[in-house]
Design a protein around this ligand. Sequence first.
Ligand code: ATP
Ligand code: MG
Length: 301
Amino acid sequence: MKTDKLAKAFRIDDGDKFRLKDVDPADTCGMDIDKDDAKAMIADGVKKLGKLQEKLYAQDRWAVLAIFQAMDAAGKDGAIEHVMSGINPQGCQVFSFKAPSAHELDHDYLWRTTACLPERGRIGIFNRSYYEEVLVVRAHPEILARQKLPPELVTKDIWDERYKDIRAFERYLARNGTVVLKFMLHVSKDEQRRRFIERIEDPAKNWKFSMGDVGERKLWDTYMEAYEDMVRNTSRERAPWYVVPADNKWFTRLVVVNAMVDALEKLDLQFPKLDEAARADLEKAKSILMPDAAMTRKGKT
Ligand code: ATP
Ligand code: MG
């Protein structure tokens, strides 16, 4: 499959027909390539993204928000690291969202992420996001109980209400010039086990492992239901989910980079064009600088 078609294969524009079981975490679209080829393809996408981002930044009109959600060890951090590797750090912002603080719990759940939305001209990355509110919070009723919500507002409809509010929020962002892309990295339970064991056995990876991760793994089926429901209810053309196979890290990164490139290419980004007056100013500046340069060459500074 050509790389420019890759991302599209995993994009969900309309969630109604989506079923998580239709996505195979080990899928590589039949691409049987070695590590070096994969690296070269990823590097190619990263380079394209870097060039597009320069224009995004210069044009200062659109913002891009890329959200990453996944089970532990699915490769969020690595995917983010690769995607951003070719981007000018000035044009990019990465935020990670952990369990909310007491201060954050005193606000509505969109408050803390809203404060971190990307400015125009920037790519903003959310490593976890407000989607935790329909994932970990759904898997753990005790977390919902700690959210200090008025009891009469916590009904069986709460998840549908949250989907509805999130859809409305993302529509609002789209209408204001923020392009929203969402990536669910879909790892298999078996591959997660392999990666956990690697984290335990390799001293350089020990820091990535936490006992809590094993507890979340026990809730695997509950999480998968929550992920499926989330994708079904919050995939829209203006804010699609990409459900990306994540058992092969190279493939995940390739799909993510290409999805970002696709999204930016659709924006028809351009460097700002100068009007006559601005061009005349530039010429004037040049005419001031040129004699100076001649003087410098003659050592007459
Ligand atoms: P890694 O994948 O490398 O382990 P991480 O993103 O899991 O990194 P951690 O510090 O291990 O980082 O975990 C963050 C934890 O915060 C996750 O378990 C996540 O579910 C939790 N979290 C994030 N947002 C919320 C939220 N709104 N409510 C409750 N828990 C949340
Ligand atoms: Mg973790």
